[in-house]
Design a protein around this ligand. Structure first.
Ligand SMILES: [Zn+2]
Ligand SMILES: [Zn+2]
Length: 236
């Protein structure tokens, strides 16, 4: 984004906040998209999960989906379930310039990271296609990765992965269609070796894992020792 575009964007945001001031998506109190007391009350996504894809699953072995087609990203873990008020907070983060939501949730992300015993040498946000990032003004996954990286003291790479194909929205696609939609969507920065590096992909929501898996494929090809993923929310 050019400096001029950034200026216009921040002016627009300022005007919008003046007309429609942010209010907590949970308790409606004016001031922030998610207030501190409400953020503290959201339950972490815990319990028995599939050891690989992280969907709720009552047995210790892999879920039926992973037994059929195991993901390359292993495991996927998430801070919260994709439900109110996280669903509304994510909407504010993505479409209302609600970057402050990330700051409010950083401590909770840190809490979930430690409780789930996550280990990583490098955090990589799932990239948006450049045209979409310019339109939005930021990548919400990058904001999440930077906030988490600061908390858990792991470096963040914002130019390692690139999205080279502007894939259509996945919301109406099934598992197989999502997988095909994501094929060749990502590349790794050329000349980069990830040999011996344990990478963690960061994104806002995990659904079927197709996007995370497509990223994991190119990272493993670039020599990454292992790729896991950590998302703010898990869609059921
Ligand atoms: Zn609140
Ligand atoms: Zn699974």
């Amino acid at each position: 984004m050019t400096d001029f575009n950034r200026y216009v964007w921040s002016f627009y945001r300022w005007g919008l906040d003046l007309l429609f001031p942010p209010s907590c998506v949970s308790c409606k109190r004016v001031g922030a998209w998610l207030c501190e007391p409400c953020a503290q009350q959201i339950p972490l996504f815990e319990g028995t999960l599939c050891p690989r894809c992280g969907r709720p699953w009552s047995k210790p072995d892999l879920c039926p989906v992973c037994r059929k087609t195991p993901l390359q990203v292993n495991p996927i873990r998430s801070v919260f379930i994709f439900d109110s008020p996280i669903r509304e907070a994510l909407h504010a983060l993505k479409y209302r310039g609600g970057g402050s939501v990330v700051t409010t949730l950083a401590a909770r992300m840190d809490e979930a990271w430690r409780r789930q015993g996550m280990e990583s040498d490098l955090l990589l946000p799932v990239p948006l296609h450049p045209s979409r990032e310019v339109k939005r003004g930021y990548n919400q996954a990058t904001l999440l990765a930077l906030a988490l990286g600061k908390q858990v003291d792991v470096p963040v790479g914002t130019r390692v992965l690139k999205r080279v194909r502007n894939t259509p929205s996945q919301t109406k696609l099934n598992r197989q269609e999502r997988k095909e939609n994501m094929a060749d969507a990502f590349v790794c920065a050329s000349g980069l070796s990830l040999a011996g590096i344990r990478v963690t992909l960061i994104d806002d929501v995990a659904t079927t894992g197709a996007t995370l898996n497509a990223c994991a494929g190119v990272l493993l090809q670039a020599g990454a020792e292992a790729v896991n993923a950590f998302t703010l929310a898990r869609a059921p």
